[in-house]
Design a protein around this ligand. Structure first.
Ligand code: GLN
Length: 307
């Protein structure tokens, strides 16, 4: 076992008790089946070294972590001007699925691409004549980043689609206000597939490393995302990536990161490494309790805060 591996094993050991403080998400019925005790981490350094600990082979669905990946694709597809004509750049301070500010914000558009409303609008903008073309492009892009052959979990996607009435309401509101212009059911089908894309924390760390490396894949030197797009995505990760706890997370951790209700967290430490975490026991806003603890410990031990 390498020294790095030992350090990660120790972090997992210290953070494991925190899994008892949260609960797995249950509003998507299929996510209820997750094991609250699971905890895993992988780090992909920009020089190509990787290390991992815990249940690192366990696959989980990306959920909201996917929002930052889709945003990268759409910024490159459509350009900043078009994207930000539909979605704002401001944190909301509200839960990720809130509908409230969609109406009170004028003009009526989602405040940012990390809340569900904004993410749905961004997903609708993926280039492609049909939603199946959009999906093919998105999954090819994700595979390009992981260097692996990942796909989506059909059961989780179908389970979410059946219970997605709040997201459905957000879509219809936005369609009325001209934020989205495609068929709502097709968009929801595409979005739930996007959220159900499944991988392990090593794949997620590799994606984090691309963001940390300004859009270039460590090792091969292949440019996957433009530098500007990587910068914008990391900025949203800091301001809105950890839901309505992004401010506290910025102070305590200070690493651009994005979480999802499956318990995944992707971190991108600029110029250093990508981090993939999985811990499905969530706090009250939907962030992995033990995952956040591990990031706090890592950040303070290695001075990884960007601030
Ligand atoms: N698929 C989930 C939803 O739209 C993603 C939410 C999340 O991870 N916060 O509700």
């Amino acid at each position: 076992m390498t020294q790095a591996q030992k350090i990660l094993e120790e972090l997992i050991r210290q953070a494991a008790p925190y899994t008892k403080e949260g609960r797995v998400a249950d509003y998507i019925p299929a996510l209820k089946e997750q094991d609250a005790d699971d905890l895993a981490i992988s780090i992909h350094f920009l020089d190509g070294r990787t290390c991992y600990a815990g249940s690192h082979m366990k696959r989980f669905t990306l959920q909201s972590v996917s929002k930052v990946i889709t945003l990268a694709l759409v910024l490159m597809d459509c350009g900043q001007e078009e994207v930000f004509s539909k979605v704002g750049m401001e944190p909301t301070g509200d839960p990720f699925n809130s509908i409230a500010k969609l109406e009170t914000n004028k003009p009526s558009k989602p405040l940012n691409p990390m809340i569900n409303a904004g993410a749905l609008a961004v997903t609708s903008m993926i280039k492609g004549g049909t939603c199946s073309e959009k999906w093919e492009r998105l999954i090819a892009f994700i595979n390009h980043m992981t260097g692996d052959d990942v796909t989506y979990n059909r059961e989780v996607a179908e389970s979410e689609l059946k219970t997605a009435d709040l997201n459905r309401a957000l879509c219809y509101f936005m369609k009325q206000h001209g934020v989205i212009d495609i068929d709502v059911e097709e968009l929801l089908d595409l979005y739930t597939k996007q959220c159900a894309v499944e991988m392990n924390c090593m794949d997620l760390a590799r994606i984090g490393a691309v963001f940390a490396n300004d859009g270039v894949e460590p090792g091969s030197g292949r440019r996957i995302i433009t530098k500007d797009t990587a910068r914008i995505c990391k900025t949203f990760m800091v301001t809105c990536g950890m839901y309505n706890r992004s401010g506290e997370f910025a102070i305590k951790v200070g690493i651009p990161a994005k979480s999802g209700v499956s318990g995944g967290v992707m971190g991108a430490v600029p110029g250093k490494c990508g981090i993939g975490l999985f811990g499905p026991s969530l706090d009250d806003v939907g962030n992995s309790v033990a995952g956040v603890k591990i990031l706090e410990m890592l950040s303070s031990q290695y001075s990884w805060s960007i601030f």
